[in-house]
Design a protein around this ligand. Structure first.
Ligand code: NAD
Length: 275
């Protein structure tokens, strides 16, 4: 092989880039997917805009980044609100310049099937899981198009593909919509150097599951419920927020330069399992 033509080593760095993480806080103390991803991007060299409606949890993410010598800012607002999105994106640009990459992390749910889900419930979950993704995408795409470069990653869930053993209708339906939304954005914008992909986590051990799992079981059963959740996975354990974050870090980097319009499962094999 001709040395001069050898491609660079796996290009995972994000030096000089600005990444906007919508939902970069955490539902509780510890490592959520948005927090681990924000720290991962900073470790890859990016400046990170940590947006969350929970100011304290966004501040904690930024504190963790700064503690390691990284650069990040706290942005407080609701990413499903048009006025907030325009303000947050303005603050991000004032601090760090053009936004090179978007990570749409926000996702809410409402446990229940059709009998327990009102049209208003579905509309509320849709407004956050899909409406916010639309607003954020609209805010960042024009600049990306102008610069001929950009990357977007959104977080779906295996609930978009499978029944998880309890009814979670609004969540599953809106996560399925996230995947098609991203696919369509990716295909329309591929000629402009913009990539968009979805990461599809399986059963991940984040602070949030304490509340989701707790809603299915009594508080005393929580430990057993977490173990039962782990036993369902072929690997015998839940995934960590970091294992999802690493997939996101890959997709936003140039190492994924030919990856667009697709879904990356990070699920310990559970999607392929029959029983
Ligand atoms: N934990 C899992 O097992 C799992 C599995 C599959 C998919 N997911 C998805 O991964 C993503 C992250 O999950 P997590 O467990 O880290 O969740 P999390 O709830 O800890 O993090 C989401 C963050 O988004 C913020 N947020 C919610 N609505 C917002 C809004 N309208 N505007 C601004 N911020 C808002 C929350 O305050 C929170 O800090 C979600 O989309 C979730 O659906 C999680």
């Amino acid at each position: 092989m001709n040395g001069a033509n050898t491609p660079p080593a796996l290009p995972l760095r994000l030096d000089g880039r600005t990444v906007f993480v919508a939902g970069g806080g955490s539902a509780g103390p510890g490592w959520s997917i948005g927090r681990a991803s924000s720290v991962t991007y900073a470790r890859q060299g990016a400046r990170v805009c940590v947006a969350d409606r929970d100011a304290d949890s966004a501040r904690e993410t930024v504190r963790l980044i700064e503690e390691e010598g990284g650069e990040a800012i706290v942005l407080v607002g609701d990413v499903s609100d048009e006025a907030d999105v325009s303000r947050l994106v303005g603050e991000a640009r004032d601090a760090f310049g053009p936004i090179d990459a978007l990570h749409y992390n926000v996702g809410i749910g409402k446990v229940g099937g059709p009998a327990q889900t009102s049209a208003a419930d579905l509309a509320r979950v849709h407004a956050v899981n899909v409406g916010g993704l639309l607003l954020m995408t609209q805010a960042v795409l024009p600049g990306m198009k102008e610069r001929g470069r950009g990357a977007i990653v959104a977080i779906s869930s295996i609930a978009a593909h499978r029944y998880l053993g309890y009814p979670h209708l609004a969540y599953g339906v809106t996560k399925a919509a996230v995947e098609q939304f991203i696919r369509l954005v990716a295909l329309e914008h591929a000629p402009f150097g913009i990539r968009a992909n979805t990461v599809v986590p399986g059963l991940i051990d984040t602070p949030r599951i304490a509340t989701t799992v707790a809603s299915q079981f009594s508080a005393d059963d929580l430990d057993e419920a977490r173990q039962a959740r782990a036993r369902q996975v072929p690997t015998g354990r839940m995934g960590t927020a970091w294992e999802v974050a690493y997939a996101c870090g890959f997709l936003l980097s140039d190492a994924a330069s030919y990856v667009t319009g697709t879904e990356l499962l990070v699920d310990g094999g559970i999607t392929g399992k029959f029983v």
